[in-house]
Design a protein around this ligand. Structure first.
Ligand SMILES: [Zn+2]
Length: 291
């Protein structure tokens, strides 16, 4: 965290209108996208980034509305999405999250996807005040906001938020749309490529060509970008499964998969190795169940 602090202070942010009353705050640096919905009686935020950026977030919101922030939803426990709770929690703003995400925020975490950086336990007043396990719904004017738990995807506590009327999703880090980025999956916190692909498939099955997605990181996207992302991840997973069953060596699996997904010179080694671990676990479970 301390090593990140100087970089975080330099993050530039931009607020972009998706449609009337729906905005996104896009950061240029290590921070998650914030979904902003201006409701009848206040503003609902999806994720709140870093506490050092809270003042700037409030300033950006004040350029589009004078209404106060009334509710915050955390998509998962990672501090580049939730550290702003340290500002907003003590102000008495209700914070909603999945039960597992709250548990993780209350404990010390080591996050491998961010170079094993330590996330310190949040103080009590910064922890989510409302949790759920399966799904939940908020009602604000004409809008119904659906909060759905996606099991073991990016972490073990991912919530995808759907503004049903506007048909806008905030996916948290289950979906990232930065070109050339392979996703970070927090396997130490229960995440798995299988859960991410399942989540993407489920989302795709219930969305239309006009649905908009606010990803955890990257620009607002359409169904097409989510499809491309799902196809890329599926190609990686399926190739690893195929070669694992042929008892290929990890280094050969990495090389072959990189060529198949056109990542020859763009890295991806760590990601493919991680997928390999997930496949190994999955195949062993499958064999154990068959016995
Ligand atoms: Zn994350």
């Amino acid at each position: 965290m301390d090593s990140l602090a100087s970089k975080i202070g330099d993050i530039k942010e931009e607020i972009i209108k998706i449609q009337e009353n729906y905005y996104v705050i896009i950061p240029y640096g290590i921070a998650g996208n914030i979904g902003v919905f201006i409701g009848n009686t206040g503003v609902i935020l999806i994720d709140d980034q870093w506490a050092v950026l809270s003042r700037r977030i409030k300033e950006l919101i004040s350029t589009i509305t004078s209404k106060p922030i009334k509710t915050i939803i955390n998509t998962h426990y990672h501090f580049d999405h939730t550290h702003g709770n340290l500002t907003f929690g003590p102000e008495g703003i209700p914070i909603i999250a999945h039960k597992n995400a709250r548990t993780r925020m209350s404990e010390r975490q080591v996050i491998p996807t961010y170079h094993n950086v330590v996330q310190k336990p949040f103080p009590l007043e910064a922890l989510p005040t409302i949790t759920f396990t399966d799904k939940s719904e908020l009602h604000e004017g004409n809008e119904t906001i659906e909060l759905i738990y996606y099991k073991d995807a990016h972490t073990d506590g991912d919530v995808i938020v759907h503004f049903k009327n506007a048909d806008i999703y905030h996916t948290g880090d289950v979906f990232v749309s930065i070109g050339g980025w392979l996703p970070h999956i927090d396997e130490k916190a229960g995440g798995s490529i299988y859960g991410v692909i399942d989540a993407a498939n489920k989302l795709l099955s219930q969305t239309s060509g006009t649905t908009k997605f606010i990803p955890g990181h990257g620009p607002v996207s359409s169904k097409k970008e989510l499809q491309d992302y799902r196809d890329l991840l599926t190609a990686v997973r399926d190739n690893v499964v195929k070669m694992y069953r042929q008892k290929a060596k990890l280094e050969d699996i990495i090389k072959d998969t990189q060529i198949k997904i056109h990542y020859e010179n763009k890295g991806g080694e760590n990601f493919i190795a991680q997928v390999y671990r997930a496949v190994e676990k999955h195949e062993n479970q499958y064999r154990a169940e068959k016995k």
